[in-house]
Design a binder for this molecule. Sequence first.
Ligand code: DGL
Length: 256
Amino acid sequence: MNIGFFDSGIGGLSVLREALAVLPNENYLYYADQDNTPYGTKTRNEVKKLAFKAVEFLTSRRIKALVIACNAATSASVEDLRKKYDFPIIGMEPAVKPAVTKSLNGGKRVLVLSTALTLREVKFQDLVARVDTGHIVDMIAAPKLVEFAERFVFEGAVVEAYLRELLPLERITCYGTIVLGCTHFPFFRKVLSRILPDDIDIIDGNRGTINHLHDVLKSENLLNTSSEKGHVLFFRSGVPVEDPAVIEKYNKLLKS
Ligand code: DGL
């Protein structure tokens, strides 16, 4: 049986990339809802509907577990999806807790970069209220990074100009950690490292999420015991992706 992954687009590939490293023998179905990207600027209800549609499609192809490889879709739908389906459902959550611990030690602040939907949702607000005891967490939406990523533009003058405007040097020296709270953003790690001061850590929750997936599959006896390498099938909003050029682009990101 497969493990289903879904995201509004290609962002979830940054999570699948970790899954392939930790659980290479599993078979994966990756649903990129690219007919409806972006999610981050939509309402909670719109995204919830799209998430249910994606999961209905994935279940029709038989899945034993689901990774909602999207922070926005997790905020909008994880609780309701768990009420409907009884297979394990793993969601994304910005890695605020480790960032706070790290930054408090260094006397610095934390900046969460995400999308508008994730940042305004109760799930995130509750998380910050719980872990940000020192009131050191700030947040900012970076919707254009999602647009750039969907066009496979991960560096260059336009991306750098946007990031420099969003994160001007004089405003960011107070930060010890930047949390990538959108799964599209890890693809910008290289350019971020280049423009940010060296002492700012950039973290995401992808590996933690996949370690959690591993533990859940193990405890529920769902790990694939085959010693053969698994495969990944891609779908765009429910339609199999067959164009070799597109598949090649996806695979390149999985190997990046
Ligand atoms: N990749 C998604 C996330 O982690 C959302 C991007 C979007 O479609 O706005 O939130």
